[in-house]
Design a protein around this ligand. Structure first.
Ligand code: 13P
Ligand code: SF4
Length: 366
């Protein structure tokens, strides 16, 4: 018999401090049966409850290693899908708010990637023999399954360079989706000329490219981007450097090429945190990644006299990640403490099996 769940309506109206208390009480009841995984972009009032934190690669590994019955993922939808795929069949992955998606992940769909593959076949012949599909982990499970099925692989912002080496060791071209910026920066660092990295526009026939461009390309970059990281502009770095000539600039590789080129360091959220945390006291930093992470880091670094500033003049948060608030977390955990599972993320078995192939390839080489 289905146990009826506690409705969210009663939680939606909770004051923040009450939601916090109820999170703590529910967690005490659940004990080790639930583990809370938090991405670095999570808001502070949720992040404080994390058992484990990380970037997307670290969290994928942690999800595959935990023995907890419930993996409560404070992140976005694709991350909870990865947790479901990599965890044991008996474990349950949960996303406290199902509306916490990723706008970049939504820029590529299976139907459009399959159409791209068919059009590439028309121009090049057998794509499975010529092209390695590489999907950024910020993508739906069915796209990871596509990569699993077609000799491809998943990458994250941490391991993209080694994954690209792996991809080129298998075939001569790469189809990289959905983030053109991560693909371009990674290819650029490997010395691939910019005119051999062409943008595939999924809304146009043949990606808007000529057969010549497709034949010449080493990397076909899907026309997708992160709405947060596209806000960072080269001019923000130029202006800051005028005032802080001895400061350092560090950016996430979802930022555009010109921003990455002007940065002293480029890397994942975990890399950004580690680099600034380990930097000498008194140093000054401009950071091109999501605001929650930068604000938290700025506070944490103050005692060491390090100054950490956000790159854009406007507020740019990951608005989807922001949806995981104390109210949704309290609601999720109280239901679990009552033995009622809400917001389970379950990838269909066949899709999960193929996606796991692409994820296991990634974990094996990174
Ligand atoms: P990380 O790989 O650094 O966690 O980045 C994921 C992400 O979505 C950044 O926007
Ligand atoms: Fe997706 Fe951008 Fe949010 Fe990262 S910051 S989860 S890429 S929308």
């Amino acid at each position: 018999m289905q146990v009826s769940t506690i409705s969210f309506d009663r939680f939606n109206v909770l004051a923040d401090n009450e939601a916090q208390e109820r999170i703590r009480a529910a967690r005490a009841r659940l004990g080790e049966r639930a583990v809370l995984l938090c991405h670095h972009y999570q808001r502070a009032d949720v992040y404080q409850h994390a058992d484990l934190t990380g970037d997307s690669l670290k969290l994928a590994r942690l999800a595959s290693q935990t023995d907890a019955e419930y993996i409560v993922f404070c992140g976005v939808h694709f991350m909870a899908e990865v947790a479901d795929i990599l965890s044991k069949p008996s474990q349950i992955a949960i996303l406290p708010d199902l509306a916490a998606g990723c706008s970049m992940a939504d820029m590529a769909s299976l139907a459009k990637v399959e159409r791209c593959w068919r059009e590439l076949a028309e121009v090049l012949g057998k794509p499975d023999e010529l092209i390695t599909p590489v999907t950024y982990i910020n993508s739906a499970a069915d796209l990871k399954a596509f990569c699993g099925e077609h000799g491809g692989i998943v990458c994250t912002s941490t391991n993209a360079p080694v994954i690209l080496d792996w991809a080129f060791s298998k075939r001569e071209k790469v189809l990289f989706f959905p983030d053109q910026h991560l693909g371009r920066w990674t290819g650029f660092k490997k010395g691939i000329p910019l005119d051999e990295m062409v943008v595939w526009d999924p809304d146009l026939e043949y990606g808007g490219l000529t057969p010549e461009q497709i034949r010449k390309a080493k990397i076909l970059l899907w026309k997708g981007h992160c709405s947060v990281h596209q806000m960072f502009q080269p001019v923000h770095i130029d202006r800051w450097r005028e005032k802080h000539p001895h400061g350092f600039v560090i950016s996430h590789p979802e930022s555009m090429l010109e921003v990455c080129q002007k940065s002293d360091y480029v890397g994942s959220t975990e890399f950004i945190l580690n680099t600034i945390t380990q930097a000498p006291p008194g140093t000054h930093w401009l950071v091109g990644t999501e605001l929650n992470l930068v604000s938290r880091l700025a506070e944490e670094m103050k005692p060491q006299g390090k100054v950490v500033q956000f790159m854009a003049p406007t507020v740019c948060m990951c608005s989807t990640m922001q949806r995981i608030d104390p109210q949704h977390l309290a609601w999720t955990l109280e239901n679990l403490a009552e033995g009622k599972v809400v917001n389970q993320i379950k990838v269909p078995a066949h899709e999960a099996e193929l996606a796991r192939i692409a994820l296991d390839r990634m974990l094996a080489v990174s």
